[in-house]
Design a protein around this ligand. Structure first.
Ligand SMILES: NC(=O)c1ccc[n+]([C@@H]2O[C@H](COP(=O)([O-])OP(=O)(O)OC[C@H]3O[C@@H](n4cnc5c(N)ncnc54)[C@H](OP(=O)(O)O)[C@@H]3O)[C@@H](O)[C@H]2O)c1
Length: 295
């Protein structure tokens, strides 16, 4: 049975609110609630459409004047459209777009993008530095796990979905080390916990990626870094249109067809509103996997 949305078995028990955006103190009384109404540096990958575009717009809406928003993806026109929507809801932020292929982007290129977006601004003028690692692809969904023997295809997939994510994250944290509150969001999936037919690359990539962020949360707990692995639920985007049309597994195609037929597939607005609710109310502890249906 295909279940993308929450099931009781996978629901996490309630967890204590632990330290986070407050200070470097890590006491159980500290909150993970994030105040977005401040001068922020905010970088979002996969911001040209879908979940990443909506999260960029709705999060940037809240920032104080002087904030800097950086949008990455390949489609320059998609990025420009997101930029224009952000400036409509919040004309007091600077929005920088960079058209980049994250499958192959080097550390040098990523550092250069961050440096250019800052210009001459010192990083300590920001109260919050936040990155949303949203970029994601489903990979080859026409082949079974046993048939995936193309090493270059594996490298391409993991390049986009894990290697560049980790390298960018490292560049980001190094640059913004002096900022008191550093928030790292990984857009994850139920597929990192449950195997879905035809989705080998996706399941393996999401599992590895989430574990990277869980280790990060452990290691950086006392360094002002808060990590949230947010699982957005099944959302109406190009990714799920592709799965519904092209998965080699009938159960996967039927699952998304049924969600669309019954209009129970989530919208990017719904999942973004839930994401902001979780963030602003601190309904997680650093490193947690939090699903749309958990709250
Ligand atoms: N939709 C769902 O039901 C669902 C469920 C769980 C988790 N998620 C996760 O949510 C995230 C967003 O998914 P979505 O549904 O919004 O997908 P989407 O509509 O396909 O958007 C993917 C984004 O990633 C960018 N991207 C893809 N390959 C790239 C590359 N090589 N270099 C740079 N950017 C690249 C795309 O931009 P360009 O094509 O312009 O480069 C686009 O902005 C993903 O991490 C996905 O795994 C989605």
């Amino acid at each position: 049975m295909i279940i993308f949305c929450s099931i009781a078995l996978l629901k996490k028990p309630p967890t204590l609110s632990l330290p986070i955006m407050a200070s470097s103190a890590t006491t159980e009384s500290a909150t993970t609630a994030v105040n977005l109404e401040q001068v922020a540096y905010f970088l979002v990958t996969g911001a040209s459409r879908g979940i990443g575009a909506k999260m960029a717009i709705e999060t940037a809406r809240k920032f104080k004047p002087g904030s800097v928003v950086v949008l990455l993806a390949r489609s320059a026109s998609g990025l420009e459209s997101t930029r224009s929507e952000i400036l409509t809801v919040n004309p007091h932020v600077t929005v920088v777009t960079s058209s980049v292929d994250l499958a192959t982007a080097s550390k040098e290129l990523l550092n250069e993008i961050v440096e250019k977006s800052l210009g001459k601004q010192p990083v300590d003028r920001f109260g919050l530095a936040c990155v949303i690692h949203n970029v994601g692809t489903v990979g080859n969904i026409g082949r079974k796990a046993a048939e995936l023997d193309d090493r270059a295809e594996w490298e391409q997939y993991f390049g986009t979905n894990l290697f560049t994510v980790a390298v960018l994250n490292s560049c980001f944290l190094r640059k913004f080390q002096p900022v008191p509150n550093k928030l790292v969001i990984n857009i994850t999936s139920k597929a990192c916990l449950v195997p879905f037919q035809s989705m080998t690359y996706y399941c393996a990539g999401k599992a590895a990626r989430e574990m990277y962020f869980r280790v990060l949360a452990e290691e950086e707990a006392s360094a002002g870094v808060t990590v949230l692995n947010y699982s957005p639920g099944p959302v109406d985007t190009e990714m799920t249109v592709d799965l519904q049309a092209n998965s080699n597994a009938p159960a996967i195609r039927d699952y998304f067809k049924n969600l669309r037929d019954t209009t129970t597939i989530l919208t990017t607005e719904q999942t973004t509103a839930k994401f902001l609710h979780i963030l602003e109310n601190g309904l997680f502890k650093s490193g947690d996997h939090v699903d749309y249906y958990d709250h």
